[in-house]
Design a binder for this molecule. Structure first.
Ligand code: AMP
Length: 275
């Protein structure tokens, strides 16, 4: 695996790779969820590039950018053993040199749910992913379903700005008790960790009520009560898969989405409903 940290050498190295090229962007602290994306890319593409970049512009001023988990050595080892050809690992200066001022904004869809709680988050995500797509120029972009709204925002970015890339969504990898793998799970205390799977159980209960014909308001009420009381819901809803507009009744394709705070740690989860 070749590791490149600057834009021009990355372009040179990538030009030599066979096509199709799959690309897996990450913020590092890699776990089996990230690696599932890499493995999927490896199976489907002739070459695989990944990036590790903790992107400051997608963190709010009071968020955990400084203390976001980092494990450069471990990340490199894991990506290499999964067959990544090129790792792009820039520092902040390489991505945002002095004078950088452009941003990319997808509008309404980025202002709901996660966007309402983290007002500058999706602008940071769409800006950095636009840069990464221009640097890497992949044929397929691999994204995790775990970050459901991010998948909708980035699919819209690709469509609206005509990036010549196909977006492939990879199902969420979970612990055996249902908790979605996340780099932030390491922040959980033992008590919070024990309560965290209630997020997934609540989403499942909501979906089963929706499938039984209940409307979203009623289904949400029951699911709301299933979240362990040490946590606080930020939101719980049924939304259209593409627009992230709320739905009153189950209509496919949709996501049942939820976000809850376990102490200072926010966890997201969702269920994708295709039929
Ligand atoms: P992050 O490093 O958190 O920015 O995540 C990088 C990519 O990995 C994103 O596309 C995430 O949606 C994806 N990802 C994170 N956790 C999981 C998981 N548990 N299962 C599948 N994909 C994941």
């Amino acid at each position: 695996m070749q590791v490149v940290c600057a834009v021009a050498p990355a372009r040179d190295a990538l030009a030599a790779l066979p096509r199709p090229l799959g690309f897996v962007p990450t913020m590092g602290a890699l776990h089996a969820g990230h690696l599932r994306l890499v493995e999927t890319a490896r199976q489907e593409c002739a070459a695989v590039a990944s990036s590790v970049f903790v992107n400051p512009t997608q963190f709010g001023p009071l968020e955990d950018f400084e203390r976001y988990p980092r494990d450069d050595e471990g990340d490199r080892r894991k990506l290499e053993s999964c067959g990544v050809d090129i790792l792009f690992a820039p520092d902040v200066e390489a991505m945002y040199p002095a004078g950088f001022s452009t941003s990319v904004d997808v509008g309404d869809i980025g202002t709901r749910f996660e966007g309402a709680i983290r007002p500058t988050h999706f602008r940071g995500v769409t800006t950095v992913v636009s840069k990464l797509l221009n640097i890497i120029r992949p044929d397929v972009l691999y994204l995790g379903q775990k970050d459901a709204q991010q998948t909708a925002v980035l699919r819209k970015l690709v469509r609206d700005l005509d990036f010549p890339v196909r977006v492939q969504i990879v199902p969420t990898v979970r612990e055996s008790d249902g908790l979605a793998l996340s780099s932030r799970n390491v922040y959980l205390s033992p008590e919070q960790r024990a309560a965290a799977p209630s997020l997934h159980r609540a989403l499942q209960a909501m979906l089963s009520d929706l499938r039984a014909g209940k409307d979203a308001r009623i289904a949400r009420e029951r699911a709301w009560s299933l979240l362990d009381p040490i946590a606080v819901w930020d939101y719980l809803d049924l939304v259209d898969m593409n627009t992230f507009g709320s739905l009153q009744r189950l209509k496919v394709p949709a996501f049942v989405i939820g976000a809850a705070r376990f102490g200072g740690t926010r966890l997201l989860d969702n269920l994708l409903v295709l039929e």
